[in-house]
Design a binder for this molecule. Sequence first.
Ligand code: ATP
Ligand code: MG
Length: 547
Amino acid sequence: MLREEISNFIKTIMEKDLEAGFVSEIVTRFPPEPNAYLHLGHARALVMNFELAKYFNGRTNLRFDDTNPSKEEAEFVEAIIRDVEWLGYKPYKITFGSDYFEAKFQYAVKLIKKGLAYVDDLSQDEIREYRGTLTEPGKNSPYRDRSVEENLRLFEEMRQGKYQDGEKVLRAKIDMSHPNLNMRDPVLYRIMHVEHHRQGNKWCIYPMYDFAHPLQDAIEGITHSLCSLEYENHRILYDWVVENCKTPHVPQQIEFGRLNITNTIMSKRYLRELVEKGKVEGYDDPRMPTLVGLKRRGYTPEAIKNFIIATGLSRTNSTVESDMLEHFLREDLKMKAKRLMAVINPLKVIITNFPEGKVEYLDAPNNVENPDLGTRKIAFSRNLYIDRNDFVLEKPNKHYKRLALGLEVRLFHAYFIKAHDVIYDENGNIEAVLCTYDPETKSGSGFSARKPNGTIHFVEASTARPATFNLFEPLIIDDETDGRSFLERLNPNSWLVKEGYIENAPEGFAELDRFQFIREGYFAVDKTSSTERLVFNRIVPLKSSFR
Ligand code: ATP
Ligand code: MG
C-alpha cells in the first residue's frame, strides 16, 4: 500500500494549514505512557503520526509521557522503542515529558504571577464537591483569593517537600461556573512523594496531564497534536494552557476515533490482568493483541501498517472485524513466502509398489505464483505421511475431493496415489493406508489421461522433521448478549498444540522465518523453536475460518 493512499480529515487539516502558512512544516509526536506494552490500538496512533508527518516530509518525535511517576517504566520504555523500530519508523527525537519538569514549573510560576493559578488546601473530596455538576455551577474555594506572593511562597514550599501528599494542590483560576467541567479551576500540580524513574527524588510535585501535555507539545514545536476522542472536551483547557503560558510555539490538538477489534480486548488494564492472572504466557503470548505478541505470532510490520492505514481515521470510535487484520497478513505473504509441505495430523501412507530403502527427489516450485522464489527438491519414497483429515475409508459424497479406498488423488509436486487397503493398530484405529503410485503421473510430465480425485499434501517419512504446530483461535469470544466479563469469555480453544512433520528445508528454520504450509496457512518459526525441536505458530489460516 502506498503512503499516498492515506486519506483522512487530519491530512486535509494539515494540507490547509501548510497552504495558509499557519505552519511551515508538519511536526507530530507519538506520546505513549510507559506503563504498558503497545497494542494494536496504539498502533493506530503510532502509524498515523509517523505516516502523516512522512507524507508531508515532516518529522515525528517519540515522546514518553512519563509525568505520572510509576515503578516499572524502564522495561516499557525499552519495549516501546523496539516496537516503533520494528514497525519501521525512526523517531526524529526520543524525548521524555519528565525532561521538561523544570520548564513546566516555571510556566506554573508564570501563571501564578498573572493571577491565573493558586494553591488550594481543599482535599480531593472537597474539590470534587465544590466542582458542581453539569447542571449546577461549582463554588469557589475559600483559598481562591490568596495573594500572588502567598501562592508563590506556598508553591515553592510544595516543591521543597514541606507538605504531605494531598495536603495542597496548585489549581488554575478559570471559572467555577464554566459549562465545561474541565475548566472549573482544574488541578495543575499535585504532591506525590514518589520516586520517578528518570528524575529520582528530585521532585515531589507532579504536573497533571492536562497541564503537562500542551506544554510538552509547545516546547517540542509540535504542530498537530493527535489524540484519541476522549480528550475532545479537554481541548478547551489545552488551548487555555498554551495561550496563557504564552509559549513561543502554538500547537493544535486534533482528536480521532479509537480503534477496536472484534474478539479481542484492547486496553492496557485488561491486558495486564491477563498476564498477571496467568491466562497467557506473557505480553508476547502469540494470542495477545500487543505488538510484541503479534510479532512473535509471525505478523509482519507491513501487514499491521497496511491494516491500520486501511481502517482509516475518523472522528468516531470504530470496531473492525478481526478477519481484516488476517487479510492483510495473507496479502503481504502471498508472494513473499515459500510454500512448503507440513503434515499437522499425521497418518502413515505406505506406497506398496515403491522399492524399499529408495528415496527419490522431485523438483518443486517454492511459490507457484512467484517463480522468482526458485525451486527445491522434495523427497518421495515408500513411506509418507498425509493428513488424517485427508483420508476416509469410503467416499462420503460426490463433493469429497480427498483420498478414500479405491480412489486416486494427486500428491502435490509428486505422483498420483491410489488407496487399496488399511492397517489397524491394536485399538482399532487406522495406523496406515496402503497405496500404489503410478510412475506415469509424475508432476510436470504433462500426464492427462485421468483426473485425480483432488490434490493433497504429504511429506516423506525418513527425511521429514518432527515439528510442533501451535494453532490459534481468538483469545476472547465476543458475546454482547450476556454481561459476562472478558475473563469469563476466554476461548478454551485459543491455543491448540499439534505434533506433526515438516519437509526438511536445507536452509533451516530461523526464528521468525515465515512460510505458507500448503493448505494449512501461514506459519512462523516460534521463539521457542530449536534445531532439536521445531516449533511453528500458525499466523493465520489460508482462508478466514473463525466467525
Ligand atoms: P489504554 O486505553 O489501553 O489504557 P492509553 O490511551 O492510556 O491506552 P497511552 O499510552 O496514553 O495509552 O496511548 C498512547 C497513544 O495511543 C495516545 O495518543 C492514545 O490516544 C493512543 N491510543 C491508545 N489506544 C488507542 C486506540 N484503541 N485507538 C487509537 N488510539 C489509541
Ligand atoms: Mg493514556
